[in-house]
Design a protein around this ligand. Structure first.
Ligand SMILES: NC(=O)c1ccc[n+]([C@@H]2O[C@H](COP(=O)([O-])OP(=O)(O)OC[C@H]3O[C@@H](n4cnc5c(N)ncnc54)[C@H](OP(=O)(O)O)[C@@H]3O)[C@@H](O)[C@H]2O)c1
Length: 374
């Protein structure tokens, strides 16, 4: 039996929770994986050695039970509305169980007055989890995941188009981190709380890419020419309504539109790439091309043929015929908490101060490992 402390991973079947669980198990830590239901993902986690807890992450009773005997935990709110509720439930259970260290998945954009209420909730949650006395916390704040581009891989495979509302295709605006690389930073902090307590990290991929670069990487992985098309926000909402990803509500779509605006403004490129995956996660960050190649290898349905191209055209027609979402109406009907004077990241001095110099000066431990003077 392991003498290492058992770690609770929330959202364990999700994009980052799954690799966090697997990487912790590889390092010999016992892991309790919190999942919504038993399925192929939870079976894979169990086979790898995780103890599976099936429950509702928004339910305090379940979270209390999942937290029993836990000393360290990975806090990962699902990409869904009610993030603050999830984080309040998590924080209450952490206090009651006297957990010693939490690694929390935040956001690159996290700021107090952000136009996205999802992001403001992340900001508040980051404060909330730091309130309990005796608890140490590490924040992992990634930007736009490499995984987000994979949502439109089918259209790239069958129609040769990479369509997203990301603005000018030539400008390098994001260094997208892979799920496994984000996980590596979280895992380092879960394994060694003393070294990482109180720190905030921003994992990125190895280099900045433009939307054209992303399209070309997709093309190389798919073995065909792929062209970037800058679409309007309205078109993006049509596509997400016509083919909703399983976890995307209308509220989530409305927030994605705000993140696309931040993307066009270049916020994900501010002092990116960082060295955090290498310095903290201890591995070379994966390129987007490597991420997309792995995704393509797992999906035989992306091998194109005439039938699938016809299917792609039919899907495109369905997108065109689907009404767009009135995002302002969604905000009102869904009763989003709105603030009077929201500000995008680069309009905020606090955000710029924490992102301006990659905060290396505040991190002498990492600076010495990098052998640079900050
Ligand atoms: N995507 C980005 O570009 C980006 C960028 C920066 C930060 N983030 C942050 O990333 C976080 C999301 O992390 P992620 O992408 O690793 O997670 P994720 O893929 O959204 O995974 C969430 C998991 O939680 C599960 N779940 C949902 N509701 C549940 C419930 N009631 N009870 C139990 N389980 C439930 C889901 O189950 P099912 O799979 O069964 O639905 C899913 O496996 C968000 O907080 C977001 O702010 C994302």
């Amino acid at each position: 039996m392991s003498t290492l402390p058992k770690i609770l991973v929330t959202s364990a079947a999700g994009k980052t929770g799954l690799p966090v669980t697997l990487q912790l198990l590889e390092r010999g830590f016992p892991v309790r994986a919190f999942v919504r239901e038993g399925d192929a993902r939870s079976m894979a986690l169990e086979k790898a050695g995780a103890e599976i807890y099936i429950g509702d992450q928004y339910c305090l009773r379940d979270m209390r039970e999942a937290m029993t005997g836990i000393r360290r935990a990975y806090q990962c709110a699902p990409t869904a509305p009610n993030g603050l509720h999830f984080n309040a439930v998590f924080t209450a259970a952490v206090v009651e169980a006297r957990v010693e260290h939490v690694v929390t998945l935040g956001q690159w954009l996290s700021s107090a007055d952000h136009p996205s209420f999802f992001t403001r909730e992340v900001y508040l949650s980051d404060i909330l989890i730091r309130v309990p006395a005796g608890l140490s916390v590490t924040s992992v704040n990634p930007g736009w995941f490499a995984d987000n581009y994979l949502m439109v891989l089918e259209m790239a495979a069958h129609l040769g188009i990479f369509a997203m509302p990301l603005g000018d295709g030539r400008i390098k605006k994001n260094a997208p981190p892979s799920n496994a690389d984000i996980a590596s930073v979280a895992v380092a902090a879960l394994c060694d709380p003393e070294k990482h307590a109180g720190k905030a990290y921003r994992p990125t991929g190895p280099e900045l890419s433009s939307p054209d670069d992303v399209a070309q990487a997709m093309g190389r992985a798919l073995g065909r020419k792929v062209r970037y098309v800058d679409i309007s926000e309205a078109m993006m909402t049509k596509a997400l309504r016509a083919f909703p990803p399983s976890n995307y509500s209308e509220a989530a779509v409305s927030q994605l539109a705000i993140y696309a605006e931040e993307y066009r403004r270049g916020s994900f490129a501010v002092n990116a790439p960082t060295g955090d995956v290498e310095l903290v996660g201890g591995r070379s960050p994966e390129s987007f091309e490597s991420v997309v190649k792995q995704a393509v290898e797992k999906r035989p349905d992306l091998r194109t043929n005439l039938l699938r191209q016809a299917g792609g055209l039919a899907a495109f027609a369905k997108v065109l015929l689907t009404p767009s979402l009135n995002l302002k109406k969604v905000e009102t009907v869904r009763d989003h908490v709105l603030i009077k004077a929201p500000r995008f990241c680069q309009e905020t001095t606090d955000w710029m101060a924490t992102h301006s110099s990659h905060s290396l000066a505040a991190r002498p431990d990492l600076t010495s490992e990098l052998n640079v003077s900050a």
